[in-house]
Design a protein around this ligand. Structure first.
Ligand SMILES: NC(=O)C1=CN([C@@H]2O[C@H](COP(=O)(O)OP(=O)(O)OC[C@H]3O[C@@H](n4cnc5c(N)ncnc54)[C@H](O)[C@@H]3O)[C@@H](O)[C@H]2O)C=CC1
Ligand SMILES: CC(=O)C(=O)O
Ligand SMILES: [Mg+2]
Length: 597
């Protein structure tokens, strides 16, 4: 079901509103602009404040679409949409939902990365909750002010240390929280009034920002250690105290904190780290679908543990993916954790991770399970075993890039990978770094170098690629293996079921559902080799797909007892349909005791 065509009863029933005149027009939640009906204009003191004609939402979308076309750069389109969001939520989300493929790249990766990097210069109006270290003593007051009178389902929080692949962005990181929240509403069907986007401003180590006279954040170096931990803990405890059934989504924390905070809080609340778990789940789905196509053997169902994985960039996302794949192997293929660990070769700045060479971060413990100590690797004089060395010796079937190292998957690397496989086996190559300019390879190049054999998915959108194979031009859809394709559904499922925790089994249920919905499998059936469909569903249909993911997650939560509501599996779908938020206008009735904000 694409819920944008769906009108839940609660949304279409009349709403009682206490705002009038300019206050109503200034409320993005309730404003309808030129779509206020004649009788609403009379009741709410709007007749002299609006031009005479009354538009439908469809007509307003047409006008906004026309206006956005006149903007010539992506960043100016981004600014236009940001301003539209500040004016009218229904119109903003309706417009986005009608043009997902064109506009998601504008409000999310890659354009949002540029907006975030320029936050202090293009800033116009603030949005979100800013919790800044010098205001620590007032945190509860600020928190309650921002959430006053609202039922909150979702908090999206960043400390902005590792925004997408562009690093420490200080206070500008608020816009990754708001962008992720928008995707929750757009694709996941969450009411935008029930989410709060937060930045924990604990300083920045970005010299450019520290030296920028217009920088809007707290102009100090990043705070670490006990002070940092106390600050984050205060925030998490406020959520637990005031919104015990909400989901807490961590985004783009630095590598040292991401895993640590997830482990610290995941048993105490429904906590989710998108870069680790969202990326892990979407990549698991992508690989589950891809191996069913790439497997050269038709004799047995391809197993994850039959694959050899090279993960280039063993940071938050790389380790999240590795652990997710490893755990899935243990559960579904019935092998031990030690055996599963042997399917991975991890590479970071210091080359193949052989025995902890050079690394000093807190990821060490996680990484150490995957060290290749006893394989007799001959290090070069530089002390590094390179990606190419590993490809030559390991013959990986899957190559994943989460390094931010643009162009790291060179022609030599990709050709060496193909040479190591059976002639009818298809290499799975996933350059996942964002934004687009940091991708480890361009899909067009990978497909040319492999003559269309590779199965490719990327972190940012790349569109369709045409490749000349034996004199014939073939088209390949490049799937986006971005956590946005799954986290809205994972979150919706967790919220729907009031999950006490987000468990690994809930994540796997979501990933399996997404894999089943792969167009690659649907169109040609398993085992068909030459099909240009994307590995994962297109962003165009992401809303319907995430709805299904959400249901699978909520059902799993009910099944395993993670759900904290009295809900039967048979009731999950109906409950999801009732909860889903869609951008449409309902009728307003003026009522002094009605809704104000
Ligand atoms: N497609 C998706 O859904 C997602 C993509 N990402 C992308 O993945 C990239 C990494 O993100 P995080 O893991 O959060 O960052 P991170 O900083 O935690 O990890 C990056 C890792 O790559 C390593 N690295 C850097 N240069 C390298 C090189 N030349 N060779 C090998 N390794 C190198 C770093 O040392 C670090 O361990 C970013 O571009 C981010 O946008 C992250 C999350 C989701
Ligand atoms: C997609 C995402 O979460 C990232 O690139 O960080
Ligand atoms: Mg992220």
């Amino acid at each position: 079901m694409d819920f944008h065509e769906y009108k839940p009863k609660e949304t279409v029933s009349p709403q009682r509103i206490a705002l009038r005149g300019q206050s109503l027009l200034a409320s993005p939640r309730f404003n309808k602009g030129t779509a206020f009906t004649r009788s609403e204009r009379a009741s709410f003191g709007l007749e002299g404040r609006l031009p005479y004609a009354v538009n439908s939402l469809e007509e307003q979308c047409d006008r906004a679409w026309e206006q956005i076309q006149t903007r010539t750069t992506d960043i100016s389109k981004n600014t236009f949409l940001q301003s539209l969001k500040e004016q009218n939520w229904a119109l903003y989300y309706a417009l986005l939902s009608r043009h997902l493929r064109a506009l998601v790249p504008i409000i999310y990766t890659p354009t949002e990365a540029d907006a975030i990097a320029n936050y202090s210069h293009i800033f116009r109006r603030s949005e979100g909750l800013f919790l800044t270290l010098p205001n620590e003593d007032k945190m509860e007051e600020l928190f309650l002010e921002a959430t006053r009178g609202r039922d909150i389902d979702l908090f999206v929080v960043t400390d902005a240390e590792a925004i997408l692949g562009i690093g420490d962005q200080g206070v500008g990181g608020i816009w990754i929280s708001t962008a992720k929240s928008v995707i929750y509403s757009l694709i996941g069907g969450l009411d935008p009034n029930r989410s709060v986007s937060v930045v924990l401003d604990v300083g920045t180590n970005n010299e450019d920002l520290l030296n920028d006279p217009l920088y809007l954040g707290w102009r100090e170096r990043r705070v670490r250690g006990d002070i940092y931990d106390r600050f984050v803990d205060k925030f998490v405890q406020l959520i637990r105290k005031h919104f015990p059934h909400s989901l807490l989504h961590f985004e783009d924390f630095g590598i040292d904190n991401a895993h640590r905070l997830l482990q610290k809080y995941r048993d105490t609340h429904a906590v989710f780290n998108d870069d680790i778990q969202g990326t892990g789940a979407v990549t698991l789905a992508c690989i589950l679908a891809a191996i069913r196509i790439s497997s050269h053997s038709t004799e047995h169902k391809p197993r994850l543990s039959d694959q050899r994985f090279v993960v280039f960039g063993a940071g938050s996302a790389g380790m999240g993916i590795t652990v997710q794949l490893r755990d899935a192997m243990v559960t579904t293929d019935g092998i031990s954790r030690q055996e599963a660990n042997k399917c991975f070769w991890l590479i970071d700045k210091e080359g193949l991770l052989i025995d902890g060479n050079g690394g000093s971060d807190v990821n060490m413990r996680l990484r150490s399970e995957f060290y290749r100590t006893d394989e007799g690797w001959n290090q070069r004089p530089s002390g590094i075993v390179t990606l190419l060395d590993v490809i030559h010796r390991v013959h990986p079937t899957v190559l994943i890039g989460t390094s931010t190292r643009a162009g790291a998957f060179t022609e030599e690397v990709v050709r060496a990978m193909v040479d190591g496989l059976e002639p009818d086996q298809r290499p799975i190559i996933l350059p996942l770094s964002n934004p687009s300019r940091l991708s480890e390879a361009r899909p067009e190049d990978i497909l040319n170098w492999t003559e269309g054999r590779a199965l490719v998915a990327t972190g940012s959108p790349f569109g369709t690629v045409k490749v000349n194979i034996g004199g014939k031009e073939r088209e390949f859809v490049i799937a986006e293996c971005n956590n946005a394709l799954i986290y809205p559904g994972l979150g919706f499922g967790a919220i729907l079921s009031h999950s006490r925790c987000v468990t690994d089994t809930m994540l796997v249920a979501g990933a399996n559902r997404l894999a089943e919905l792969s167009p690659l499998l649907g169109e040609v059936g398993e085992g068909e080799a030459q099909n240009g469909a994307g590995i994962l569903p297109d962003i165009d249909i992401a809303a319907g797909i995430n709805f299904e993911v959400g249901i699978a997650v909520a059902e799993q939560a009910v099944r395993e007892g993670s759900a904290a509501v009295d809900l039967r599996i048979e009731e999950v779908r109906a409950k999801a349909e009732a909860k889903v938020w869609v951008p449409i206008y309902s009728e307003y009735i003026y009522d002094e005791t009605g809704m104000k904000d």
